[in-house]
Design a protein around this ligand. Structure first.
Ligand code: ARG
Length: 556
C-alpha cells in the first residue's frame, strides 16, 4: 500500500510541478513513512528551498492519505494517516487471506528446469538445492501471475549409460540390483572405471554401447529403461517427502530423436564448423567452442540442451526459461545463450545459479561421510525434529506427521534463507533448532498465533482502528504491507531468500510485539483490535512459507 502511495505521490508532484524525475524515498531511519529530496527542484523551478518545501507540502496535502509533512535537511518527510492506512492494510490481508499479494494472470509462460538429477546415481546435495530452489520459484512465479511449467530434465542420456550397460553385462546381477538399484548401479560404474586400468579397450566399449543405445538397439534400450525406471522410483520417494512436483520428466534421452533438427539448423545458418573431425559452434574469442557432435557422431549435453530449448519453445511457447543449476555450469548456460542468439532466437534464458553445500567447511558428499543416501540425511532431520517435539510437547497427537513437516521444513529453509549463489552450510543440529534463523522457528511462530486465536472469537466489527497509530502496532503493520513487493522482488531476482529473510523479520517483530502487548485482554475492543493484527500476521507467515514450499502447522 505505501509502495503504491509512493508512486502516486511521485506522479502527483511531477504533474503539479510540471517536471519529471521527482524522487520519493522510503527513509531508512526515523519514523517518517516517505521522504522527498527537494534540492533537485530548486534550480528547475527557480525557487528557494523553503519555497519548494511549501509548494510540495501544498501539493501533497491533496493526497487522501497524507497527514503532515516536516521539512528537514533538504527533505520533506511525509507522515501518512496512520489509522486509515493501517486499517486498510489489515482489512485487505484479512479479506484476501491467502491471495494477499497474488497478481492477476499476466498471460506469460515461464519454464523452470529444476532438480534434474542424473539417473543411476544417488541424488546429490546439489540436486537437492536445485529441487528446493526450483520448487519455490515455481510457486513464486505462479503467485506473480505467470503460467509455470516445471520440468525435470533428467540426466538419463550420455556415454556414461553406454559404460553402465557394458558394466552391467559384464558384472551385473539382476537380483542384487533389484534390492538396491541405485547403489548397485553406482558400484558397477565405479568398477568400470577401476577396471579401465587393466583393460584399455573398456573406454571404447562404453562409447560403442552408447552409440548402439542412440541407435535404439532393443536390448540396450530395455536395459537403459530399466535403469531409468528404478532410479525414478527412488527419486519419487524424495520428491514426495519434499512435496515437490513436476509437469514433465522429459530428460535428456527424450531429445535423442530431436537432435538432427539442431544439427541441420546450425548447418543451414552457417554456424557449424569442423574441428578435428568433430562439429562445433564458435561463440567468441574468449570462450571455448561448443561441441555439438563428437568424431564418432555421438551427441553431447549441449546438443541435447539446444534440442530441448527448441522443442520447449514449440511446445510451450515460453517467454522465459530458468535453469536452476549450480555455479559450476555457468559456462554451459552462457554458451547455450550465445549459440541460440547466433541462431537468431534471442531467448530470455536465466541461469539461476547456486553454491555448494558444505559440511564442516568442506564440500559435502553423501558418498564419503556417515550417510550414503541423501534420504538418510533428511530422515535424520525428521528424527531430530521428533526428539525436540517429544521434549517440548509430549502430549501432541500426530507427532510423526508434525516431525516430518518440521524436519523437512528445516532442511528447505536452511537452503532458502541464504542468497543462493553462496555456499551453504549443512548442519542438521543448527537447522532443526526452534530458535534463530530456522524453519522450525517460523513454524513455531505460526503455532503461537494459532494458539492465541483458539482462545477466543474474533469480531471485525469491534475493532478500534485508532489504536493502530501507536508505534508498536504501526511498525509491524508496515512490515506486513511489504509482503506484496517482497514477493515481486523475489520473482524479479529469482531469489526465494528475499521471502525467507522477510519472514524471519516478520516473525521476530511479531515475537517482540507479543512480548510487549497482551493480546487476549478483557476489553473486547482492544482484544479484537489485537486479533485483527495477529490474524493478518498469521496469513502472511503461512502464505510466505507456502511460497518456500514449507508446510505450516497448527500445533507442534
Ligand atoms: N543433470 C545435470 C547435472 O546433474 C543438470 C541438468 C540441468 N538442466 C539442463 N537443462 N541442463 O549436472
Amino acid at each position: 500500500m505505501i509502495n503504491e502511495i509512493k508512486i502516486q505521490i511521485k506522479s502527483l508532484l511531477e504533474q503539479e510541478l510540471n517536471t519529471t524525475g521527482a524522487v520519493v524515498e522510503t527513509p531508512k531511519r526515523g519514523d517518517a513513512d516517505l521522504a522527498v529530496p527537494l534540492f533537485g527542484f530548486v534550480k528547475s523551478l527557480g525557487l528557494s528551498i523553503t519555497e519548494v518545501a511549501d509548494k510540495a507540502l501544498a501539493i501533497l496535502s491533496k493526497h487522501p492519505l497524507f497527514d503532515h509533512g516536516v521539512f528537514v535537511g533538504g527533505f520533506l518527510n511525509i507522515y501518512l494517516k496512520r489509522t486509515d492506512l493501517a486499517y486498510h492494510i489489515l482489512s485487505e490481508i484479512n479479506e484476501k487471506n491467502g491471495s494477499y499479494g497474488t497478481k492477476e494472470a499476466n498471460g506469460k509462460t515461464v519454464l523452470i528446469d529444476y532438480s534434474s538429477p542424473n539417473i543411476a546415481k544417488s541424488f546429490s546435495v546439489g540436486h537437492l538445492r536445485s529441487t528446493v530452489i526450483g520448487n519455490s520459484l515455481k510457486l513464486i512465479y505462479q503467485k506473480n501471475g505467470y503460467n509455470v511449467v516445471g520440468i525435470n530434465h533428467l540426466g538419463d542420456w550420455g556415454t556414461q549409460f553406454g559404460k553402465m550397460i557394458v558394466a552391467y553385462k559384464k558384472w551385473g546381477n539382476k537380483e542384487i540390483l533389484e534390492k538396491n538399484p541405485i547403489a548397485e548401479l553406482q558400484k558397477l560404474y565405479v568398477k568400470f572405471h577401476d577396471e579401465e586400468a587393466n583393460d584399455p579397450t573398456l573406454e571404447q566399449q562404453g562409447r560403442d554401447a552408447f552409440l548402439k543405445l542412440e541407435q535404439n538397439d532393443p536390448e540396450y534400450t530395455q536395459l537403459w529403461q530399466y535403469f531409468r525406471d528404478e532410479s525414478l522410483k527412488e527419486f519419487m520417494d524424495m520428491y514426495d517427502l519434499l512435496g515437490v512436483t513436476f509437469d514433465s520428466f522429459n530428460g535428456e534421452a527424450f531429445y535423442n530423436d530431436k537432435m538432427d533438427r539442431v544439427v541441420v539448423e546450425l548447418e543451414e545458418k552457417g554456424l557449424l564448423k569442423e574441428d578435428q573431425g568433430a562439429l562445433v559452434v564458435h561463440v567468441g574469442e574468449n570462450q571455448p567452442p561448443v561441441l555439438i557432435k563428437r568424431t564418432d557422431g555421438a551427441t553431447l549435453y549441449a546438443t541435447r540442451d539446444l534440442a530441448a530449448l527448441l522443442y520447449r519453445k514449440d511446445t510451450y511457447n515460453f517467454d522465459k526459461v530458468l535453469y536452476v543449476v549450480g555455479n559450476e555450469q555457468k559456462l554451459h548456460f552462457d554458451s547455450l545463450k550465445k549459440v541460440t542468439d547466433l541462431m537468431g532466437y534471442n531467448f530470455d534464458i536465466v541461469h539461476v545459479n547456486f553454491g555448494l553445500v558444505l559440511q564442516d567447511g568442506k564440500k559435502m558428499s553423501t558418498r564419503s561421510g556417515k550417510f550414503t543416501k541423501l534420504m538418510d540425511v533428511i530422515d535424520q532431520a525428521v528424527s531430530d525434529a521428533k526428539n525436540a517435539i517429544e521434549q517440548k510437547n509430549p502430549e501432541l497427537k500426530n507427532k510423526d506427521e508434525v516431525a516430518k513437516a518440521v524436519g523437512v521444513g528445516a532442511v528447505i529453509f536452511n537452503d532458502l534463507k541464504n542468497e543462493r549463489h553462496l555456499d551453504i552450510d549443512f548442519n542438521l543440529e543448527n537447522m532443526v533448532k526452534f530458535e534463530g534463523q530456522t524453519g522450525p522457528y517460523l513454524q513455531y511462530s505460526i503455532v503461537r498465533i494459532y494458539s492465541i486465536l483458539r482462545q477466543t472469537q474474533f469480531d471485525l466489527t469491534k475493532v478500534n482502528k485508532e489504536l493502530y497509530k501507536e508505534d508498536v502496532y504501526f511498525n509491524l503493520i508496515k512490515v506486513l504491507d511489504q509482503f506484496p513487493q517482497t514477493i515481486e522482488r523475489a520473482c524479479q531476482e529469482n531469489t526465494p531468500s528475499t521471502i525467507a529473510r522477510y519472514l524471519l523479520q516478520l516473525s521476530q517483530e511479531f515475537n517482540s510485539f507479543y512480548a510487549k502487548v497482551k493480546v487476549n485482554v478483557e476489553d473486547e475492543v482492544i482484544r479484537n483490535t489485537n486479533l485483527l493484527l495477529v490474524r493478518s500476521i498469521l496469513n502472511v507467515l503461512v502464505e510466505g512459507l507456502r511460497l518456500l514450499g514449507i508446510k505450516h502447522l497448527e500445533e507442534m
